[in-house]
Write a protein that binds this ligand. Structure first.
Ligand SMILES: NC(=O)c1ccc[n+]([C@@H]2O[C@H](COP(=O)([O-])OP(=O)(O)OC[C@H]3O[C@@H](n4cnc5c(N)ncnc54)[C@H](O)[C@@H]3O)[C@@H](O)[C@H]2O)c1
Length: 359
């Protein structure tokens, strides 16, 4: 993938891509700023042992573009960015490396805010914050918001309610059977909301501790051996809450659910799967729309965290999902395409306001 775009190719078209190196600590990082049309770019730092510099670059370009769309639809005044640190965190993550990285983030002078992602955690953000103001997702002791999966699950539940209204006429999962794949941080909270709403649940997980949590906390959840059994069973809604790529050429034809809404990132294994879902009459609520509760939480922290305010904003995922589903119907496109269009519209309309000179 190339950084410079001369042909209007949205997959690239980044505003700024910064390569950072500190040979002493072994830091090699790339910060990608896709868009600051709505405000400073926000997106986490992924610390991962990429096979090559090219793979790291491709990942950061894809992820930062994704954040611009996610932040736009979450109603945030924030653009999209992301960073990758190339290397094995188990081998090279040190205070020195994180602080060196923090100094590079500081050089961007607020054009990019970082946060946690795969391979980076809340305590790492506290270390990075010793060198830069532009970091969120911090510990509660440092004014941070703590566990982001609480609002992620709340937002997924709101998206699912909107999908239920669109499909069955009422914004509730009461009387519906929902299949959750992955009872991790997000899946657990989602299960609680669904039970409270009156849904019946079936779930699966590969981790015995997660299953044992379910047996003890919610004995009414039916547990099945694997995702294949879950999706071919009699369910109304499928909620992927484990890893990415849950919807592929094998799972979509086998699905019995009418609705797919879950917390997992990157649920569509490849472009085109959204059309396959549509052909099968399955309503798919785009993952980046319904799982935005986490980013809403870390974004709120920038103002000084207020849980109720952040929850209110995550509740709006109900309205946004409904709007996307109606737009998809009106324009005759899958919801994934409608979501992209809505995000692009907001970036263009609100971003344009900067052209009104203030002082
Ligand atoms: N935590 C957040 O705030 C947040 C925000 C946005 C998106 N997400 C996405 O939501 C998903 C879940 O995140 P999480 O924080 O709950 O992670 P987690 O690691 O706490 O939970 C994932 C769960 O899925 C289970 N799992 C893994 N492979 C499985 C399989 N093949 N079948 C069934 N279960 C399997 C794991 O055992 C684990 O219990 C991820 O894709 C994550 O990127 C999370």
């Amino acid at each position: 993938m190339s950084v410079f775009d001369t042909e209007g190719n949205d997959a690239t078209g980044h505003e700024q891509v910064v390569f950072c190196q500190d040979r002493q600590t072994g830091l090699k990082a790339i910060i990608g700023i896709y868009s600051t049309a709505l405000g400073p770019a926000l997106g986490g730092t992924r610390f991962y042992p990429y096979a090559s510099e090219a793979t790291a670059l491709t990942d950061v370009l894809n992820l930062s573009r994704g954040m611009a769309y996610k932040n736009a639809l979450a109603g945030l005044d924030l653009g999209g960015g992301k960073a990758v640190i190339w290397g094995d965190p188990a081998q090279i993550k040190t205070e020195g490396l994180l602080r060196a990285y923090g100094r590079f983030v500081e050089t961007l002078n607020g054009r990019y805010y970082t946060a946690c992602d795969v391979g980076t955690y809340v305590p790492d953000m506290d270390v990075i914050a010793r060198e830069t103001r532009y970091v969120t997702g911090r510990s509660v002791e440092h004014g941070g918001a703590g566990d982001s999966s609480i609002l992620t699950a709340w937002g997924v539940f709101q998206g699912m309610r909107a999908a239920a209204e669109h499909t069955w006429g009422r914004p509730t999962l009461a009387g519906r059977r929902v299949g959750i794949a992955g009872l991790g941080k997000v899946g657990k909270y989602l299960a609680g909301h669904l039970i409270e709403d009156g849904a019946s649940l079936v779930a699966t997980d590969v981790n015995e501790a997660a299953l044992s949590w379910a047996r003890t906390t919610y004995p009414q959840i039916d547990l099945v051996a694997d995702t294949q059994t879950l999706i071919t069973g009699d369910i109304d809604v499928y909620a992927p809450c484990a890893l990415g790529g849950a919807l592929d050429d094998d799972t979509v034809p086998a699905l019995r659910a009418k609705v797919v809404t879950g917390g997992a990132n990157n649920q569509l294994a490849h472009p085109g799967i959204e059309k396959l879902l549509e052909e099968r009459g399955i309503l798919y609520t785009p993952d980046y729309v319904v799982n935005a509760g986490g980013v809403i939480q870390v974004a709120d922290e920038i103002e000084g965290f207020n849980f109720e305010r952040a929850k209110l904003r995550a509740t709006k995922i109900f309205d946004t999902t409904g709007q996307i589903l109606r737009l998809a119907d009106d324009e005759g496109v899958p919801p994934a395409v409608a979501a992209d269009r809505l995000a692009e519209r907001r970036m263009a309309e609100v971003g344009r306001l900067r052209s009104i000179y203030l002082r």
